[in-house]
Design a protein around this ligand. Structure first.
Ligand SMILES: Cc1ncc(COP(=O)(O)O)c(C=O)c1O
Length: 401
């Protein structure tokens, strides 16, 4: 079967909840992927930052296979001999005292919301069913019914009501708006330290610090969603390190599974995560030994290969080269580390299609922005190769509004 055959089957039998670039990938290694016709492409998306370590990293692969040959799933009804080691590894790397494991990012966000509400009632002393969480405009925290309840993107929320109450929207980057939304019932403020799906939007300098202070002054939790920005993507282990703040709760996912397995969860100190008692939250697959083994190896690779530092260096290099292209269609280049948003003055899709034809896979986010996010193991030579392709596409593809 060729690519067109697979696309036809997918379109006929699958729900159309995505609009993928028409490339049918058959295999992958490092920063490269191959389609079913054998054409090679440079992956400049990294599965939305879930393969920061590169495709099929041998160390993570070995950990997966070794653990699969021992025990893969116990459920949390029993203990296993890998999860405790993941807890220790996360504690050593991040300094947070505890971790609550889940599987997907959205589940981890739900867990953070439940943490904040439970903390609000049990520790802050809020009256039952009054807890409020302030979130930012243009947020993206996942796709569950509660999470889309506080989205202001109609594509995400329309026709999914009735919506979960208890959330207030404040303008991302506008500390005064966050202040104005604080009440005695505020249990938490939850933000992305750099907004990913909104188009890789860093906040104004000092904003994270102001949020941290606001939370402290008002006895509410600062929750930082680092699912996409974290684990090296932004050029630091966590994007909030840029402002030297320590959120009360950090949400992780994506690259924690090294591209092999969904692993996510919530990091916080005991004073916060100890609000959970047995039976009050959980997941059949959360914390399973296979996930834990993969996550430990994924974290070790991030540390041993200095991926945050590489992301910082190579990101700087990529941005320099990108800015040298000087296309009149470039409106703004922004981001951090190897997480770059290129906002265009026109529709991005013809350019992501053109880049695909040239062998460079990336995806537009919303209408006008191209997201560049290659695996963090990318070399300067590979970046140079990508820049040549980008240059050619912006010289040849005709813009549409
Ligand atoms: C910041 C952020 N939070 C949460 C999610 C949801 O993660 P998942 O798709 O694994 O549920 C994403 C996914 O892109 C994200 O970028």
């Amino acid at each position: 079967m060729n690519s067109q055959d697979f696309i036809k089957i997918e379109n006929e039998f699958g729900a159309h909840n995505y609009h993928p670039i028409d490339v049918v990938i058959e295999k992958a290694e490092g920063v490269w992927v191959w389609d079913v016709e054998g054409k090679k492409y440079l992956d400049f998306l990294s599965a939305y930052s879930a393969v920061n370590q590169g495709h099929r990293h041998p160390k993570i692969y070995d950990a997966l296979v070794k653990q699969a040959g021992k025990v893969s799933l116990t459920s949390r009804a029993f203990r296993n001999d890998v999860l405790p080691l993941l807890y220790k590894k996360l504690n050593q790397m991040t300094g947070y005292e505890k971790f609550l494991p889940m599987n997907t990012g959205a589940e981890a966000v739900e867990t953070a919301i439940k943490t904040a509400r439970k903390w609000g009632y049990k520790v802050k002393g809020l009256k039952e069913n009054t807890a409020e969480i302030i979130v930012a405009t243009d947020n993206f925290h996942g796709r569950t019914t509660t999470v889309i309840s506080f989205s202001n993107d109609p594509d995400a929320y329309k026709n999914y009501g009735p919506y979960t109450p208890g959330f207030k929207l404040a303008k991302y980057g506008d500390i005064e708006d966050f202040k104005a939304n604080i009440t005695n019932n505020t249990a938490a403020i939850m933000i992305e330290p750099i907004q990913g799906e909104a188009g890789i939007i860093p906040p104004p300098a000092g904003f994270l610090k102001q949020i941290a202070e606001l939370c402290k002054e008002n006895n509410c939790l600062f929750i930082c969603d680092e699912i996409q920005s974290g684990l090296g993507r932004s050029g630091k282990l966590f994007a909030h390190y840029y402002e030297d703040v320590r959120p009360d709760v950090v949400i992780v996912g994506k690259a924690l599974g090294g591209g092999y397995y969904p692993v996510s969860g919530v990091l916080a100190d005991s004073a916060i995560l100890d609000v959970f008692e047995p039976g009050s939250h959980g997941s059949t697959f959360g914390g399973n030994p296979l996930a834990a083994a993969v996550a430990i190896a994924s974290l070790e690779v991030i540390e041993e290969e200095k991926l945050p530092e590489k992301s910082f260096e190579q990101g700087k290099y990529f941005v320099e080269k990108l800015n040298e292209i000087k296309s009149p269609l470039f409106k703004e280049v922004r981001g951090a580390g190897l997480w770059i948003g290129l906002e265009l003055t026109c529709t991005a899709r013809p350019f992501t299609e053109g880049l695909k034809n040239e062998g460079l896979l990336c995806k537009e986010t919303h209408v006008h922005t191209i997201r560049f996010a290659p695996p963090l193991i990318i070399t300067k030579e590979e970046i140079d190769w990508a820049i040549e392709k980008i240059k050619r596409v912006f010289d040849t593809v005709k813009p549409i509004d």
